[in-house]
Structures are given as C-alpha cells and as structure tokens.
Design a protein around this ligand. Structure first.
Ligand code: ZN
Length: 435
C-alpha cells in the first residue's frame, strides 16, 4: 500500500503549484532560442537542480529522451524537454526575478490553507518573521552589471551579491518557512551599492501588499534597533522584537537602571533553565529620538550546567511579568534564520554560494530564488508530510536522503513522487514501464 501524500502540502502538489506559476512567466528572450524548449522547461529544470541538490548543472546535460533522468524530470518536475546547461544559463539569465515572486506567495497560501501556519502562531496569534542579510556570491574576477562593488586599499575591486532573507520561525518548530528573499544589488544604472536597510524596506512593502491582514512580529539583529527602522516597521503595521545592546543604547539602558525595576523577575523552566528579567515600558530609544518610545527587556538565562547567556531587546509589545518569558523565546528564535536557513543552505547540499554560472543580467539572482523555492518545498514537506518525514528518518540525514533521491532519479524510471518515496522507504513496488 502506498502511503497517502497530502494533496497540496506534499511534493507533487507543491511542485505543481510552482509549475503553474512558472507557466505564466513571460518569455522575453533576447537571443535566438532553442525553439522547441519552453521557458517553463528551463525554469522547472533549474528548480530540479536545487530540488535534487545536484552538485553541477552538467548533471542534466544531454539527457536524451530515453534516459531515466529525462523521464523522471517529465513525471516529477513537469519538464517536457530538458535544456542543455548552456541554454539553461542563457535563458534564465533573461528572466526578471520579479516573476518568481508569485510562486513563493502561492506556496505560502497553500501552507496557510492547509493549517500549517497555525502551528507557527505565537504571542496572541502573531507569526514571527526573522530577517537578516547574507552573502550569496563573491568574486574578484567574475561580475555582472548588478554586482555590488567594493574597492580595497590597493585599488582592486571585488564583486558581490547579497540577499535579505526572511523566514517565519517559531521557538518550538524545527522548520522555517522562507518568504521571497530580497536581492541586494547595485541600483540600475547607478554606481551606488544597494544596502540591507533598503532591501528590508522593499521586503516589508511586498509583505504588507501580499498579506495585508497577517499579524506579524519582526525579529532582527542589533543593527535594526534604530529609529528609521522602527518607524519603517510601524508604517507597515508590524510589531517588533529587536536586539538592542547596552553598548549601542546607553541612554536607553540608563533609563532602565534608574527605574525602580532593578529587581529581577525570575522564572524556572522544566528544562532546568533559570531565567532572569528586568524591563521598562515606555522608555525613549535615544537622546535624539526622545519621542520614540520603546519597551526594553534585559534577559539572562542560566542553564542546568551553569552556562549563562545574556540578551536585551527593544519591543513595542507591552512588557509584563506574565509575558517576558515568551518575548525572550520569540527574540531568541531570531537565530533560526541564521542557523536553520543560511547555514542549512550552505552546508546541507543546497550549494548556496556555489557558482553555477553568474550570467550577464539576472542568472545569479534567479538561481538564488530557485534554490530558496526548493528549500521552501523541503521545509513545508518536512513540517506537513508524514511520508517525507519517514523518508528523512529512514535515511537519517538530509545528505543521505538527497543522495538516495539523486541515485534513483538517474537510474530508475520512477513514474511519480509516491513511487520515489516508496522506493526510498524500500517498499516493494514495481516501477511501471511507461513506453
Ligand atoms: Zn553580479
């Protein structure tokens, strides 16, 4: 018996959702094309590269129609004809990154409709959005017109791309749900490098346009706890919990010190941790912005081995003895964007930062977005699909799971995602010969 897959929140449904969005991307190729291969085939092939964590694009080259890979690309990824790696690079280089946004939105909507998002609600029905910038590409030789540039002391120029990534996180959920990242690139036709704050601003505008009613708390690092950023979050109707280090916020912490709240509020939790809190509501962020009021929370946690960590945040959520533990848990969940997202992408086979080709226009950004979509598909499956969870458990690690998937993909005509997962779970199931 085949284990049932969830209609919208398992691989076939998720891939189909992406396919339907990719089929709408306008073909704006500026060079003579391989006429028989559609742009959708190129985009889906790109997605498959990251879905299968192929170490190189060459894995797909010269896939003749009768090979298992060509059949599997068709049956599992809707690829009628796989392009050569050269054409894949050329065609994707022409695609404007804005066209990939709707696929993220549709997957998020499916996750929301399938009640997946409910498990991520925290602090009175809010979701926690953790945002941070990260490097995506760096080179001293290869560049494109969108590359940000950095001049070193010796006059040499290095080139880089970054992105501002945001994920829905939850203190008790292992998986993170990435939203469409915002590329940090050189502004069109200027010499000016884009920056994280501008990328964050664009992200927030997109987020509010696409999810006008979603209750959300934004989590970010100490660079964000300044007046312009806080105003920007308020304008977009977002609550916030932002790291605020005493060294960067002397005036704020002086107010905390001078208040009568020097007595610590203490909590012991079942995991053996001892938590201490000190807080002040309605404090001025700093001397220049005395009218900008925030609530400041100082926190110390000692675990059962005696190891101590300290954090402090500013927030617009009114602090009370009854909610400071939850606020601190939300604040600490911020690290999931670093640990569970960027590090996973870097270390667990997604080949983040790996140079598949840089392109002359958008290629680097398109590859980055395709990789993030593949990561989103995996994260939703792991959160919601019991069959995927069993496969992961059977193989033990992500790396072994991806390896098993790749090997089957190359060697057996699989027919469907159900069959692929059955084979990984070593169920005896004959693979249908489709000829
Ligand atoms: Zn570039």
């Amino acid at each position: 018996m085949t284990l049932p897959l969830r209609k919208h929140l398992s691989a076939p449904g998720l891939i189909n959702t992406i396919y339907k969005e990719f089929a709408k991307v306008p073909d704006e190729a500026t060079f003579s094309r391989q006429p028989s291969i559609s742009l959708t085939d190129h985009l889906m092939s790109g997605l498959a590269v990251f879905g299968l964590k192929c170490p190189s694009l060459l894995d797909f080259e010269r896939q003749k129609e009768e090979t298992p890979t060509a059949n599997n690309l068709k049956d599992l990824y809707h690829v009628n004809q796989a392009p050569s790696d050269t054409y894949l690079r050329k065609r994707l280089d022409d695609v404007s990154p804005k066209y990939l946004r709707s696929a993220f939105k549709k997957l998020f909507a499916a996750f929301q409709r399938g009640k997946g998002l409910e498990r991520y609600e925290f602090l009175d029905g809010h979701i926690l959005l953790s945002g941070d910038g990260t490097g995506q590409f760096h080179s001293n030789k290869i560049s494109c017109p969108s590359c940000c540039q950095k001049k070193s002391r010796d006059g040499s120029i290095s080139y880089y791309h970054q992105m501002f990534g945001v994920c829905v996180v939850h203190p008790n959920q292992k998986n993170v749900i990435p939203l469409c990242p915002e590329p940090i690139l050189k502004e069109d036709g200027t010499e000016k490098n884009d920056c994280e704050r501008n990328a964050c601003k664009r992200f927030l505008n997109h987020f509010r346009r696409e999810h006008p009613h979603l209750k959300a708390i934004f989590l970010a690092d100490g660079l964000s706890s300044n007046a312009p950023n806080i105003e920007m979050l308020k304008e977009n109707n977002l609550r916030f919990i932002l790291i605020a280090k005493p060294g960067d916020h002397r005036f704020l912490f002086e107010q905390l010190e001078e208040s009568k709240k020097t007595v610590y509020h203490e909590v012991y939790t079942e995991d053996g941790c001892y938590h201490q809190f000190r807080f002040l509501n309605n404090a001025s962020l700093n001397k220049s912005f005395k009218n900008l009021k925030v609530n400041v929370l100082e926190y110390r946690c000692t675990d059962r081995k005696g190891k101590e960590v300290n954090f402090s945040w500013v927030t617009d959520i009114k602090l009370k003895e009854s909610n400071v533990l939850q606020i601190s848990q939300a604040g600490r969940a911020r690290w999931k964007v670093e640990n569970e997202t960027f590090n996973t992408l870097k270390n667990l086979g997604y080949n983040f930062e790996h140079n598949y080709g840089h392109g002359k226009q958008h290629l680097s950004t398109i590859f980055c977005l395709l990789m993030m979509l593949a990561f989103l598909v995996d994260q939703i499956q792991e959160a919601c699909c019991t069959v995927f969870q069993s496969c992961k458990q059977r193989k033990g690690t992500y790396r072994r799971l991806w390896e098993a998937m790749r090997t089957l993909f190359q060697e057996v005509v699989i027919g469907s995602w159900e069959n692929l997962y059955d084979l990984i779970l070593k169920k005896k199931r004959l693979v249908m010969d489709t000829s």
